[in-house]
Design a protein around this ligand. Structure first.
Ligand SMILES: Nc1nc2c(ncn2[C@@H]2O[C@H](COP(=O)(O)OP(=O)(O)OP(=O)(O)O)[C@@H](O)[C@H]2O)c(=O)[nH]1
Length: 374
């Protein structure tokens, strides 16, 4: 993890936001806290000193420190441990010889492919390891460092903040993705961030198939102070999106986030419905949706590639959010996706809570997947 992380909002929205929460620093010496009791009894005018001086106040009992919340990097690292363990074990079993040779490199390439990084990335990383080191001694830790550097090279160009245009009222964000990938939860988290920044937000419950999804969005709306537009179950999702945009325009809302029903990318009729939603939104504002966010479940392996391919083509995805990176993620796939599609990755989800959405940081991710400390 980078030593000094910029403020969340600065990084994601490119302007000043809520100040970062003060972090507890256990090493710092405790400043003696002024006693409230003494302050209340302090005389208004100084009195002549009275001997003997009062005994020193009893030290205040120090409350037991609250157990620190697991940092998002620790959760990311734990979430990626399935991938990083497989890679670490692969490195330990492959780099057993004293000198680096072609067989070792080939076996290492296989380890990376098994970890979902994809052939082009695996080849590039293996070539970087071979460069200048062929027939020389190499340690596992050196391999990990090079791996992290090479993964960071692939991910850095796509680690981009989500930029909202403040001139738009509203800036329309359409959220798409396969069932259960975390669309509604991500919308709730995003809404919370935007509201904390003081922006007005409207949520459109475009998953008109599932009553539970509409309810879930309403709860997020209530929790985050965002208006929610919904219709009866079974209503036309495109019509709802159209109405929501009209309402947001009339109200001068700054950000409209439209939820959509989850759909498998190979269901042509559902993908056609998504196209219709976009067509109808464009009737109201030809430039909208300004952002098409796609959620990807990090526990999915290779299938994520075809999800990005087809949603990208059908819905014009402009950026990705990788969710569930706190679980048993198959993080390598993100490297393959970045290498192949070069779509911006705006955020990662590291839990189900409202604060568990973080800007995507290429270097942190690269170090975590290589099994290095943050
Ligand atoms: N651990 C973890 N769970 C998450 C994260 N994001 C979402 N979830 C959980 O994943 C499940 C599905 O999330 P939803 O937000 O309902 O997903 P969806 O894409 O809206 O689902 P559909 O409407 O069925 O398509 C819920 O149980 C969420 O709490 C995350 O970053 N980490």
């Amino acid at each position: 993890m980078t030593e000094e992380k910029k403020g969340f909002f600065q990084r994601i929205f490119g302007r000043g936001g809520a100040p970062a929460e003060p972090q507890p620093s256990p090493e710092e010496p405790q400043q003696p806290r002024p006693s409230l009791f003494e302050a209340e009894l302090a005389p208004m005018t100084p009195e002549p000193p009275v001997a003997p001086p009062p005994p020193a106040p009893e030290p205040e009992p120090v409350a037991a420190p609250e157990p620190p919340r697991v940092s998002w990097f620790q959760r990311l690292k734990a979430g990626l441990s399935r991938s990083s363990n497989a890679i670490s074990q692969g490195i330990a079993s492959v780099f057993t010889k004293r000198k680096l040779d072609a067989e070792t490199l080939e076996e290492f390439e296989d380890v990376l492919i098994q970890a979902d990084l994809g052939l082009p990335a695996a080849t590039a990383i293996t070539a970087a390891i071979a460069k200048g080191r062929f027939d020389k001694e190499i340690e596992g830790d050196e391999v990990k460092t090079i791996l992290a550097e090479e993964v960071a090279k692939i991910l850095t160009p796509v680690a981009k903040p989500l930029v909202l245009d403040p001139a738009l009222k509203p800036h329309v964000i359409l959220v798409v993705g396969v069932n259960g990938t975390g669309k509604t939860t991500t919308i709730g988290k995003l809404s919370a961030k935007l509201r904390a920044e003081g922006r007005t937000v409207m949520l459109a419950a475009g998953d008109t198939f599932r009553a539970a999804a509409v309810e879930q969005l309403k709860i997020w709306g209530e929790r985050t102070g965002a208006a929610v537009v919904s219709r009866a179950i079974g209503a036309d999702a495109a019509g709802l999106a159209f109405d929501a945009l009209k309402e947001a325009q009339a109200a001068g809302t700054e950000v409209l986030i439209i939820d959509t029903a989850g759909r498998l990318q190979n269901r042509a009729e559902l993908m056609a419905e998504l196209e219709k939603i976009i067509r109808v939104i464009k009737k109201q504002d030809p430039a909208a949706p300004h952002t098409v966010l796609m959620t990807l479940d990090a526990t999915t392996g290779q299938n994520a590639l075809s999800q990005v391919e087809i949603f990208g083509r059908t819905a014009g995805v402009t950026g990705l959010v990788m969710t569930k990176l706190d679980g048993t993620a198959r993080g390598g796939i993100l490297v393959a996706i970045a290498e192949k599609y070069r779509l911006p990755i705006h955020f990662i989800g590291v839990g189900e809570g409202v604060d568990d959405l973080e800007p995507f940081e290429a270097e942190d991710f690269a170090r975590a997947i290589a099994g290095l400390a943050g």
